[in-house]
Design a protein around this ligand. Structure first.
Ligand code: ADP
Length: 548
């Protein structure tokens, strides 16, 4: 007689099935480097100014760096700040600082001295590693901070005066290239501290853990199609969400990092042609800069270059123009709090048959969740009820994921508010389409409310970018006695166009939009931008106020 099946529940809860040291390890992106160095020791890891070095050396430099930090007294849970453009030292810091158990605080070098001083104090950095290019900013920030701190300086050619600290290469020599390091005991340990731009008030310090960094990096590799043949050009600042976690993603596949001090079209095209770059990321403004680069800066290349864009909505005309230049555009969406990209406008085969403009329109949507994101939804922020998937009803985009920050450093109130109801509130207003793709209409603070109707500034910008004379455009609310607010457009014209008037632009918008959405005012001139390529709408709102 055969034995009865054991139907007792709880068999899977048995103690021998619990995690142990063999079957469970803390997730961390640090292993990516160790693996790449073990498997491909001679493969080029980093290219900078014509200098190439392989994974063996990349790994050894990071071990030295981590060991030097330890010898200088940096301990687990300390913060190490870096103020640098996209040079190897900043990339190396992404491994070395957490290898020493510390937390990397990559600083935005476009901030003013006051903000840098605020961040150094708030983040409690033990050591500052700074590029000589920012010597004046460092001096001013430290004066403002009122404290001296140990300084390591990056001399990368003739970029600026000495800062009086230890030269980075000498600092590396303080460490042992074979020094052992341990992964974090807990994957929840902090790996990075990234400050939001703080357009209103002081910036908030977003804390990342090893687990989220590893997962988001792998999500990137899968989503953007990175592999060991990938050559990744650093057009996105590494200080911005740790380069959207590509600092770790490229190493995960043992691809090649091509560093770039300055985001200039000629240097970008030259790097693409010379190093056969396969992938790069940038805000839509960076893509637009490539599209409008002078012919003398453009270089032909005979391979397809993947360009991932996000950080702001890419107008479909920019996507279309990039495709004509030989790029394949991937549209990503995310925030500092979500380790950069959290959603992707995943490509559907049948879009390939659509005319370019229509295809670009589909791709301008923010899309669906990353494979590493648990869930995204568009819901009423008060009731947490989903909006209908009708492409019209506006709600707030909310996320739930292992790839969300731990919280804001020393700010429990803001953390609680961001995670209210068990969802991360992005502050972005969006609609859900019938195909499950999300489309962002505006940041909550950017939406224009005119005569009680919501008007999406992104929708108007989308039309403005289609005007043949327009190079860049942004729309903000302008106070209006009758309507509450009306749209005010700021436009930069292409250099090779004749006279275009305010009336021309308004007429064009009225022909392509519901009339109440057309801007009432148009102001011509350059647009103020942040270092991450976002147009500073708060500055434009002030300017719009000034015209009243
Ligand atoms: P900051 O707050 O300094 O601008 P973030 O990188 O955190 O820095 O900005 C995140 C915001 O950028 C999002 O909340 C959203 O408003 C905007 N954003 C990011 N990606 C996109 C995108 N693909 N389309 C539209 N808006 C985007």
């Amino acid at each position: 007689m055969s034995a009865e099946p054991d139907t007792a529940s709880g068999a899977y809860d048995a103690p021998h099935l619990a995690r142990n040291r063999a079957n469970f390890a803390a997730l961390t992106p640090l292993h990516f480097l160790a693996r790449a160095a073990a498997v491909y020791p001679d493969k080029t890891a980093v290219i900078h100014h014509g200098r190439h070095y392989p994974y063996r050396e990349f790994d050894a430099r990071c071990r030295r760096f981590a060991d030097a930090l330890r010898r200088r007294g940096v301990r687990a849970g300390d913060t190490v700040a870096v103020l640098a453009p996209n040079v190897p030292a900043l990339l190396e810091a992404h491994y070395a600082v957490p290898m020493a158990g510390a937390v990397l605080n990559a600083l935005n070098y476009r901030l003013d001295a006051r903000s840098i001083a605020f961040i150094l104090r708030h983040g409690g950095a033990r050591l500052l590693i700074a590029d000589r290019e920012f010597a004046a900013l460092v001096h001013d920030a430290l004066r403002e901070y009122g404290r001296d701190m140990p300084l390591v300086e990056i001399a990368d050619g003739d970029t600026g005066p000495a800062l009086g600290g230890t030269a980075y290469e000498d600092f590396l020599r303080e460490g042992d290239p074979q020094a052992e390091w341990s992964p974090p005991a807990d994957e929840w340990a902090a790996i990075a501290l990234n400050y939001t731009s703080g357009t209103t008030g002081n910036p908030k310090g977003v804390v990342y853990h090893h687990r989220g960094a590893a997962l988001n990096a792998l999500g990137n590799a899968v989503t953007f199609g990175l592999d060991r043949h990938s050559v990744y050009l650093w057009t996105l600042p590494m200080f911005h969400c740790n380069g959207w976690t590509y600092t770790w993603a490229v190493t995960a596949v043992a691809g090649t990092h091509v560093c770039l001090r300055r985001v200039e079209p000629a240097a970008i095209f030259a790097a693409i042609a010379e190093h056969r770059v396969t992938h790069l990321c940038g805000a839509p403004i960076v893509l637009n800069m490539l599209v409008h680069a002078p012919e003398s800066a453009k270089r032909r290349f005979d391979h397809i270059v993947g360009a991932a864009t996000g950080g702001a909505a890419p107008p479909s005309s920019v996507i279309a123009a990039m495709e004509r230049l030989g790029f394949r555009v991937t549209h990503l969406y995310g925030l500092t709090e979500s380790y950069g990209p959290a959603t992707v406008c995943a490509w559907q085969q049948e879009w390939g048959d659509l005319p370019l403009a229509e295809r670009a329109g589909k791709m301008a949507r923010q899309g669906v969740q990353y494979p590493t994101l648990d869930r995204q939804r568009v819901a009423d922020p008060a009731t947490l009820e989903d909006v209908p998937p009708d492409g019209a009803t506006i709600g707030e985009l909310m996320l739930r994921s292992n790839t969300l920050m731990q919280g804001y450093l020393k700010n429990p109130a803001a953390t609680e508010e961001a995670f209210a109801g068990g969802w991360f509130h992005t502050g972005d207003l969006a609609v859900m389409h019938a195909d499950g793709y999300v489309e962002i209409k505006d940041r909550a603070k950017d939406i224009i409310i005119s005569g009680g109707e919501n008007i999406s500034s992104i929708e108007i910008e989308e039309v403005l970018y289609r005007h043949p004379a327009v190079m860049e455009a942004a729309v903000v609310a302008r106070l209006d006695a009758t309507w509450g607010e009306t749209p005010c457009a700021f436009v930069t014209l292409k250099s090779d166009v004749g006279a275009v008037s305010e009336a021309d632009i308004i007429t064009f918008c009225r022909a392509n939009l519901a009339h109440y959405k057309a801007p009432r005012h148009v102001i011509f001139g350059p647009l103020p931008k942040t270092s991450t390529g976002k147009i500073q709408k708060y500055a434009l709102r002030e300017q719009a106020k000034g015209t009243q």
